[in-house]
Structures are given as structure tokens and as C-alpha cells.
Design a protein around this ligand. Sequence first.
Ligand SMILES: NC(=O)c1ccc[n+]([C@@H]2O[C@H](COP(=O)([O-])OP(=O)(O)OC[C@H]3O[C@@H](n4cnc5c(N)ncnc54)[C@H](O)[C@@H]3O)[C@@H](O)[C@H]2O)c1
Length: 278
Amino acid sequence: MALKDFNGAVAVVTGGASGIGLATARALYAKGAHIVLADINGQGLQQSVEQVRQQVPGATTKVLGVTTDVTNESQVQALMQRALDAGGRIDLVVTSAGIGRGGPIDLFSAEEMRAMMNINFMGTFNCVRAALPAMRQQQRGHFVFLSSVAGKLGSPLLTGYTASKWAVRGFSMALRAELYGTGISVTTVYPSWVETPMIHQEKDAMQYLNIVAMLTPDQVASEILQAVQEDKRDLTLAPNQDIALVLEIMKSDPDKAEMLVGEDFHQRLQHLIGQQIQ
Ligand SMILES: NC(=O)c1ccc[n+]([C@@H]2O[C@H](COP(=O)([O-])OP(=O)(O)OC[C@H]3O[C@@H](n4cnc5c(N)ncnc54)[C@H](O)[C@@H]3O)[C@@H](O)[C@H]2O)c1
């Protein structure tokens, strides 16, 4: 059953101190939802709670900030309990907490890979395990998982990120099938580059990754709200022509798509190496 009206709904948003999570929380609050923001960055979280509150002066709906590491199962359980204590139900869980490090596989350590899988994938899993009992009791609820176009393609220099986002995608598909007929829905979001602090973390890698951000967090947030209301399973947002083309080819000929991505990366690398030698 689609969540058509956000007015009075209780929404938990992880990664709520920044970027897409914060923008989604603001959009939901503007539509009358109670918001429980979660993030590992406690200081950023408090500022975000204020930001969300201030945009609708006089609103009577609640905004809470709960400092949470999504990789920590008991902290995520406590987060969902706080939402239940405050609002009596959990209508929507948006899992936007994530990290986006990249680099050549030769230099990518097992520790970095574990962090990637723990935050991007296990964080999502932990939220589902913790919120599902309440949603089952309510016989309704909606999860929104932030994957990425990297969850549909193989992205050079983003092997760990890609693996974690494919994991989110596979998990969503299996979960949706398992929850069929329960009234609980899952929307998986696959954006290309979005203008948030995440894409500025690795200045050196920017030129190799060819990052062109054509989406804003507010645009993604507005698309997310619409996708929830329409009970969409797949929300792919790829305004970048090159990415959109490869995604299209991927549907009918994944081998060709993989080869094109590899060729393009190889050519770009040769060009950059040539420039550095001159
Ligand atoms: N920015 C993009 O180009 C882009 C594209 C596609 C998908 N995404 C995905 O969207 C989601 C949000 O990304 P964003 O661009 O808004 O990034 P962001 O860096 O602006 O926000 C991510 C938030 O997650 C929080 N976080 C990190 N580790 C955490 C943990 N262990 N527990 C709790 N919170 C934690 C950070 O503190 C930060 O506030 C991520 O899953 C990201 O992979 C981003």
C-alpha cells in the first residue's frame, strides 16, 4: 500500500546530517512528517535538526536527532525504538548513510573494503532488521535505500563502492519479493553524481572519475517523495548522457556495456598520463 500522504507520518532518515539524507528530511518535514534524523556526525546532526525545524516556523510536528552509527546493530535498534517512542509507529525509513571512497584496486585495502560494505550495505540491513517488526505489526511501511548508478554498472576506481551498491540492489530485490503482499514496500534509488560533500572527498580521484554532478540533493529528495507516493520499486536518476547511454546498453547487452566503460576509462587514463609526461 503506497504512502500517499506524508502528513503526520513518522520518517527515519539515516545520513541525515548531510546531502541527500538532509534534503529528503527537509522535504518530508515540509509535507508534515515527523522526522527522526540519524547520523554518526553528532555535531552536524544537531545543526541539521535546527535547519529542518527552522524551515517551517511554528510547525507542530517533531524533529529528533539521534546520533547513530548504522554499522552498530544495537545503536540502530535504539534509533528505531526512539522513533516508536516519539511517534508510535514507523512509516518510512530512508537509508542514506554512506561513504564513497575510491582508488585503484592495487591500493584499496581490506580495511577500506570492509568499511564500505559495513556502512553502505550492513547499515541498510541493520535498519531493515530493526524497523521491520514495527512495520509488520502495522501491516504497512516503506523503505527507501540509496544505491547508486554504480549499483547497476561496474565503475572503474570504485570497486568497493560498486560492490556495496550492487549488494544494496540485490538485497532490495530479494527483500521486495519476500515482503510481497505484506503492505511493506521498498524503493531503491540509483542516482548518478549528486552535488553533495561526498563527491568532493577525493580531490585527486575527481579527474580520473570524470565526476560531473548534474543532480542536486533537493532534486533527488523531491524524486524520492514522488517515488514513495507512487510505490515505485526503481528510481534511476541519470541526467548525464554518457551514463544514461551505458545504463541503456546494460539492459540488453551487459558485456558490451562493460567493454565500453573499460575502453573509456583506459582512453582517459592514457590521455591524463600523456598530459602529465608533457
Ligand atoms: N553524491 C552522489 O553523487 C551520490 C550518487 C549516488 C548515490 N549516492 C548515495 O547517496 C547516499 C547519501 O550520499 P550523499 O551524497 O548525501 O553523501 P554525504 O556525504 O553528503 O552524506 C552521507 C552522510 O552519511 C553519514 N555517515 C557516514 N557513515 C555513517 C555511519 N557509519 N553511520 C551513520 N551515518 C554515517 C555521514 O556523516 C554523512 O552525513 C549514500 O549512500 C551515497 O552512496 C550519492
